[in-house]
Design a protein around this ligand. Structure first.
Ligand code: AHR
Length: 634
């Protein structure tokens, strides 16, 4: 195999290899958003979802959910406790946490907080975290300090002296009085960057470790919504969290493996936090907005064209929110949330998996308005659920003729499809729209469910396909596996890149494939040819090569899908001086191997050194393996 570093097949976009985040499979609420209380503001469909009432001194009417309606449209309900002479343990509430309870860690500090209004002072709150046997793991007491009758916030912190994977939180009311409560919240303090009420650090670290070129958010189908009222509206996800209006999650309603009908988007994690996250992990922010169409797999509700303006205005305002200075209306809102500097957003997606002429009409209206005001923003349009059906061909043609900057292609297909399609982009027009492989994953058919779908066979097929994406970096500028996260206790969709439970996290074989590509993406594509041809499946081999001109490294990625070990010699050309040895990274396994909570490192990359013979490297590729060689040059 001849790798010629002097022959560039194009630049690798800095945005290559990103992540696609969606609140599916408990990705946000119960996932990266570290809130431990389910239904903290009593706004779920049934106000006491997640809560139970306990104690012998609670009678009919002592605990009521009241609705202040017009006084707070975003968060109308609150809890009123009218307690008459209760001792600790006689009158209380208990919250079960998200799927499977709350994960509590020994030695870790927890922050409890609530909003309250004392109608009649006299109640002290005893908060405790208990395990399945009711053993107290952590506890503290809070006496509401304000007696003005206005809504106030108060906090309480305590340290857990034992660990439990499935704990719950009890609140006992002691004394006599009438107390209104809302936003009853519990966060661990080991959040990402130690931010108060922030994100789960182990999950974000896995993303940061990938050094992603971009983060696409907030979805997926949740952008579109079950119907238009249920669409994702970014303006309702910013500002004080008690004023963010939750909605039922579109993933609450379908799929065989859905956990229970209590999956909501509370928006404690909103657009400000997503932009901040992108900045934290060095990724370009890539928001996707609703284009005036609800999910076509649901109601397919569409806003009339003559009423599309508010949707377009949302897009214009978002750009101002991200990039405007504090003298602009929306830039001021961002600055007020603590980020005076602009986020410098460069990409914006219009619609997700929408299709038909109704999509094209709306896409054009967005394009016209946004380009007129912000010509530098790169607009991404979707080519539906394709690929390669009539609908996809129609959308692709239309989007190209309207000169879309970037087209977002999605494919959830079999491993065989991925292997057969490694050359998919070889003949794509280099001068036209760039490609965003926005959602892809190899899906194993049959009985495999849950994490069992993340077997090595799927990851290997993706690796083979990704050599084709890399080879075609001149046209493919962005790519992201989907979905990103799943909770082993409650998921709707599999396979997924990273699995978690309350206490643990592991990367799938697919994660390690993504990470190897992403952290070794280089800056220029080099040719890698056998008998003058790129390797995209001949003899079960897939090869791509890049040069990293900043780190001065040449990197070759090889995938062997044969059942037998193969040996190939790689000759490096177009490089003056190569190091005497390189770093070889190998990922291999049986096709059915997978990682799990119990065995998180069953399939992980292994590193070794490989001595070169002058400018040649002899590379052994085990059966069904992904091998990467990285050599420094001068
Ligand atoms: O990734 C899961 C879903 O797949 C996304 O929400 C949607 O865009 C696609 O259909």
């Amino acid at each position: 195999i001849v790798v010629n570093a002097a022959k560039s097949e194009g630049k690798v976009s800095p945005t290559m290899w990103g992540v696609f985040f969606e609140d599916i499979n408990m990705g946000a609420d119960g996932g990266i958003y570290a809130e431990m209380v389910k239904n903290r503001s009593f706004e779920f469909l049934k106000p006491l979802m997640g809560w139970s009432v306990q104690g012998k001194k609670i009678g009919e009417g002592d605990l009521l959910i009241l609705n202040r309606q017009g006084a707070n449209l975003a968060n109308p309900r609150f809890l009123r406790a009218a307690i008459k002479g209760a001792a600790k343990g006689e009158a209380g509430m208990s919250n079960e946490g998200f799927k499977g309870g709350m994960g509590v860690k020994k030695g870790l500090k927890y922050d409890f907080s609530l909003m309250y209004r004392q109608q009649s002072p006299g109640i002290t709150l005893h908060v405790e975290l208990v395990d399945g046997q009711n053993k107290v793991l952590a506890a503290g007491s809070l006496k509401p300090a304000d007696a003005s009758g206005e809504w106030k916030s108060q906090e309480l912190s305590f340290i857990a002296d034992a660990t439990a994977a499935k704990a719950r939180m009890n609140i006992w009311f002691e004394g006599s009085g009438v107390l209104d409560m809302d936003m009853i919240s519990l966060f661990p303090t080991d959040t990402w960057k130690g931010r108060k009420k922030g994100m789960r650090a182990d999950m974000i670290q896995m993303l940061a470790d990938m050094k992603p070129g971009f983060i696409r958010f907030p979805g997926g189908c949740i952008v579109e919504g079950i119907d238009l009222a249920n669409r994702y509206q970014w303006k309702k996800t910013i500002g004080p969290i008690e004023e963010r209006q939750l909605i039922v999650n579109r993933w609450n309603v379908e799929f065989e493996h859905r956990p229970s009908p209590d999956y909501f988007q509370t928006f404690g994690l909103g657009f400000f936090e997503y932009f901040q996250l992108a900045e934290d992990i060095g990724a370009e922010a890539l928001p996707i907005l609703n284009c005036g169409m609800a999910c076509q797999f649901n109601t397919a509700e569409v806003v009339p064209l003559d009423q599309l303006d508010p949707y377009i205005q949302d897009a214009l305002d978002l750009i101002e929110f991200a990039n405007g200075d504090a003298s602009t209306e929306w830039g001021k809102v961002r600055a007020g949330m603590g980020h005076a500097e602009p986020f410098n957003m460069k990409y914006l997606g219009v619609g997700n998996e929408n299709w038909g002429p109704q999509y094209i009409e709306r896409a054009k209206a967005f394009q016209q308005a946004i380009k007129a005001k912000y010509p530098a923003i790169n607009l991404i349009f979707s080519s539906g659920t394709g690929p390669d059906n009539d609908e996809f061909r129609y959308l692709d043609k239309e989007l190209r003729s309207m000169k879309a900057d970037i087209i977002d292609e999605h494919y959830y297909r079999s491993p065989e499809w991925f292997l057969k399609n490694a050359a998919r982009y070889d003949n794509y027009d280099r001068q036209g729209a760039k490609i965003f492989a926005g959602e892809y994953a190899a899906h194993i058919k049959g009985n495999a469910i849950g994490s069992n779908r993340n077997i090595w066979q799927a990851a290997l097929a993706e690796a083979a396909f990704m050599t084709g994406l890399e080879r075609n970096a001149a046209v493919v500028n962005m790519a992201s596996y989907a979905p990103l996260f799943a909770n082993t206790e409650g998921w709707q969709w599999a396979p997924d890149l990273i699995w978690v439970d309350n206490m643990n996290i592991y990367g799938t074989p697919n994660y390690y494939v993504q990470k190897l590509f992403s952290t070794n993406k280089g800056t220029q594509v080099s040719t890698a040819l056998l008998d003058g041809k790129a390797l995209s499946g001949q003899d079960g081999l897939y090869v791509s090569a890049v040069l990293d001109e900043l780190k001065k490294e040449v990197i070759v990625k090889l995938v062997n899908t044969n059942e037998t070990e193969r040996t190939k010699q790689v000759n490096f050309e177009g490089i003056k001086k190569l190091a005497a040895s390189g770093k070889l990274t190998t990922v291999k396994g049986d096709l059915t191997d997978q990682n799990s909570i119990e065995k998180p490192s069953n399939i992980v990359p292994a590193e070794s050194m490989l001595k070169l013979k002058g400018k040649n490297a002899v590379i052994k590729m085990p059966a069904n393996s992904f091998v990467m060689l990285k050599v420094s040059y001068k």
